[in-house]
Design a protein around this ligand. Structure first.
Ligand code: AMP
Length: 422
């Protein structure tokens, strides 16, 4: 038997309500903040990610699903959506100087990681990008929006960590100090970090290895060397967050796994989730557009992991039981089945949800099933009643039932449905 790929889960019908719930909440909220959906392709030219995310990041070095197409062009399944969105923004000239473009997305991302609880090779993100301005109040609005989304979803308590990762001006100074601190301790670092020390030492801050964590615990701090502009930006972001009453903790080690970030970096964590506790992350990426050869364009965004967010929903929300809705048509006999088909088509054309038994089950088991599936009404058509041109209409919530002329059943259900809606 051919099974699915490890770390690439199916989303089954039994889980889909939760996904729809999360998607609907997120869309509504993001649109309330002025974001409009964008859909970029599932794969892009490999170079976009190498340049955008950074050649020394784990994502680019180890985690990309890269393949050649028949014309030998190197393509990659998107591991994230920020670089593709910036590519689309530049390609379609969505910019006008000094103005802001707000877009959101949702969909699958692909990273070849070691599958474990909360870590998949195909996973889903909802995210947003605010492109065009450097204004620190915008950073605060994006962070407050994510905070708002988690509150709306009833996910609490959740911790917000923020940091400033500096910019092209101040990061080299930090890099120098950090390297000087690390060089005598190189033997204590993991093999990956020994390599990182030569190529991109800042990535060491992101290493999960315990020995490396111990070494960096006493390392110089990035915020201590921020240039004037980055320092001021960071203070203004904190001021705006406090003003908006969004609680945060400064975490000077927070650097995030993608090279394009500058200044503001943030992460929302759910301590209850164990090792894979990051629910969402993001930050400012003013240099990304230039990196992929576009006009310099400041921007900030976030991405939320949908699987981990769903795992954080309270059990009541995680399994929102369907309310009584729609009509089930139970039939007994061939002629009854044919009438049932006609009635269902008619009702569906009027916009109602109707399901008919195709399995030839007994009346009792059809009704049991309709009850389990929480249908609001049941129309029972038996060959005997049919001779009298009657059907039984049963209200599944109250269990009341009555005989109704078959010619009136559609109108009766439609008028019940209308009453329920008003
Ligand atoms: P990133 O794009 O790495 O900043 O990740 C943003 C969010 O996506 C994280 O906070 C996670 O919630 C989620 N995420 C990232 N990688 C994975 C993965 N392999 N499996 C499940 N969720 C992930």
């Amino acid at each position: 038997m051919i099974k699915g790929v490890a770390g690439v889960p199916d989303i089954l019908p039994s889980e889909i309500r939760n996904w729809h719930y999360l998607e609907a909440k997120a869309r509504q909220l993001l649109e309330n903040y002025g974001y409009v959906e964008i859909r970029t392709p599932i794969f892009e030219k490999t170079e976009l990610f190498v340049r955008g995310i950074g050649p020394d990041t784990d994502i680019v070095k180890k985690e990309m699903y890269t393949f050649s197409d028949p014309r030998h062009e190197s393509l990659t399944l998107r591991p994230e959506a920020t670089a593709p969105i910036m590519r689309a923004f530049l390609q379609h000239k969505m910019y006008t100087k000094g103005s802001l473009v707000k877009v959101y997305y949702l969909g699958p991302m692909f990273r070849h990681e070691r599958p474990q609880a909360g870590r998949f090779r195909q996973f889903h993100q909802i995210g947003a990008e605010a492109i065009g301005l450097e204004n620190p109040s915008l950073d605060a609005e994006v962070i407050a929006m994510v905070d708002h989304l988690f509150a709306d979803l009833g996910i609490q308590p959740i911790k917000l960590l923020i940091n400033s990762v500096g910019c092209k001006v101040c990061r080299p100074e930090f890099r120098k100090r950090f390297t000087v601190y690390l060089e005598p301790k190189v033997a204590k670092l993991c093999p990956d970090c020994q390599e990182r020390l030569k190529r991109n030492p800042l990535r060491i801050l992101d290493c999960k290895n315990e020995a490396c964590q111990e070494v960096i615990a006493k390392a110089p701090k990035l915020t201590a060397v921020l240039c004037h502009d980055c320092g001021s930006h960071f203070r203004q972001v904190q001021g705006a967050l406090s003003f908006l009453k969004v609680d945060f903790t400064i975490n000077e080690r927070l650097i995030r796994g993608l090279d394009y970030y500058n200044r503001t970096a943030f992460e929302f964590v759910n301590p209850a989730l164990g090792a894979q506790n990051a629910l969402a992350g993001g930050g400012r990426y003013d240099g990304l557009a230039e990196e992929i050869e576009g006009v310099s364009t400041p921007a900030i965004g976030f991405a939320m992991g949908m699987e981990r967010t769903l795992a954080s929903l309270s059990p009541a929300l995680r399994d929102p039981s369907p309310s009584f809705e729609g009509t089930f048509i139970a039939t007994l006999g061939d002629e009854a089945f044919r009438s049932g088909m006609l009635i269902s088509q008619e009702l569906r054309k009027k916009g109602e949800k109707v399901v008919l038994d195709f399995e030839g089950r007994s009346l009792k088991s059809q009704l049991r099933w309709a009850n389990k599936e929480k249908f609001r009404y049941c129309v029972i058509i038996g060959d005997e009643e049919l001779k009298k041109r009657l059907v039984i209409l049963k209200d599944m919530a109250s269990a009341e039932q009555s005989e109704v002329p078959i010619s009136q059943v559609i109108d009766r259900i439609l008028s019940f449905a209308r009453e329920k809606r008003t």
